[in-house]
Design a protein around this ligand. Structure first.
Ligand code: SF4
Ligand code: SF4
Length: 347
């Protein structure tokens, strides 16, 4: 366990409430209780759906996708009603740094002893905001690296500038390198036909920048939407192909080292025996304040269980509709919007 994770797991404030909630969660899980006697342990909160990029595999690039920043008051209400949280991931369908309140959000979460994590496209980082993140004990920063060459990167990440992202990632790496306690620094690559030819070079680039780890996401999601399922179905690589699997295995063997690890992530690892745990231990709060089951859906138009602006989170968490989703997962009566996560429907 790295020192930075150690900090994140042992927040100083509201520790008793967090431990009790976590204990109740574990107990309910062990006893297979039907009624939840706890609130989520972690949460994803979407600061914005606005983005300065238009990546080809992302629903933010749809012409009818609206950009919306989460209001600071909405964020504060979520936190005040969920001080049991251990960690939040500030991410969603947009670039978190687009919301000018992001830094106040991180500071506010810290006041409640909640660790924060950001997934960013890396374009808006600078020395000032990196230092703010470090001062406010960010626990993890992930930057998307979808190409090792300018041509590939910018072909996928439309409106991006390869050099800016790489230089910002290097800046973060340099500013944190000498610190004993620092955020985990991760790279994420969404593998698709357009960048598959560069996967070795992407691993080499991420290693040279100083990331702690790199994840290759080999399955593209459609966010429960037919139109995006279709677009991304055409882009995805056939990971089940043995040669492709071997190529990733070789990359892991050749590029991993003690301070740089590589993983392969498949969304659809779920099946009728290994069920989805999102609705029982986490939740996704969209920028509108709507409560969505997970980040795989992300868009409240697909499914949501209520809005934090007009209801309490506890009321939504315990709503009949949320319980129905949990029951459906438990009984393998998988909702249409969940089918993309299950091997039984995707293979
Ligand atoms: S940077 Fe992220 S949120 Fe923005 S378009 Fe690309 S994948 Fe979507
Ligand atoms: S199975 Fe459903 S709730 Fe679970 S991650 Fe997939 S879409 Fe979300």
């Amino acid at each position: 366990m790295t020192p930075r994770r150690f900090i994140n797991l042992f927040p100083k404030k509201y520790i008793f409430k967090k431990l009790v909630n976590y204990g109740l969660f574990k107990l309910s899980y062990m006893l297979n209780l039907k009624k939840l006697i706890y609130l989520p342990v972690t949460m994803d909160i979407e600061p914005t759906t606005g983005c300065n990029f238009r990546c080809t595999m992302c629903q933010v690039s749809s012409p009818d996708f609206h950009s919306k920043n989460m209001e600071l008051e909405t964020f504060k209400k979520i936190i005040r009603e969920n001080i049991q949280l251990i960690k939040i991931k500030l991410q969603g369908m947009g670039e978190p740094l687009v919301n000018k309140h992001l830094f106040e959000m991180i500071k506010y979460a810290k006041e409640y002893g909640i660790g924060t994590e950001i997934i960013s496209n890396g374009s808006l980082l600078n020395e000032k905001n990196i230092n703010f993140l470090l001062d406010n004990k960010l626990s993890k920063l992930t930057i998307s690296i979808d190409g090792s060459s300018k041509k590939t990167f910018e072909k996928i990440r439309i409106k991006s500038n390869f050099e800016t992202v790489i230089n910002n990632a290097k800046l973060f790496s340099n500013l944190t390198k000498k610190k004993i306690f620092r955020p985990e620094f991760s790279a994420w690559c969404t593998v698709q036909k357009e960048n598959y030819h560069e996967v070795e070079e992407i691993a080499a680039l991420c290693k040279s920048i100083g990331f702690d780890n790199l994840t290759f996401q080999v399955h593209l999601t459609g966010w429960g939407k037919d139109e995006w399922n279709k677009i991304n179905e055409e882009k995805k690589i056939e990971y089940k192909n043995l040669e492709i699997k071997k190529r990733f295995k070789d990359i892991i063997n050749n590029y991993s080292q003690k301070n740089f690890t590589i993983d392969v992530f498949e969304n659809n690892l779920l099946n009728f025996k290994k069920k989805c745990s999102w609705p029982i231990n986490s939740s996704y709060l969209a920028s509108t304040g709507d409560v969505v089951p997970c980040c795989i859906i992300g868009d409240p138009k697909v499914i949501n269980y209520g809005n934090i602006k007009t209801q309490s989170f506890k009321e939504i968490w315990n709503s009949k509709a949320y319980y129905k989703l949990r029951d459906n997962i438990e009984n393998n009566q998988i909702d249409d919007f969940c089918k993309n996560c299950y091997r039984e429907y995707t293979h």
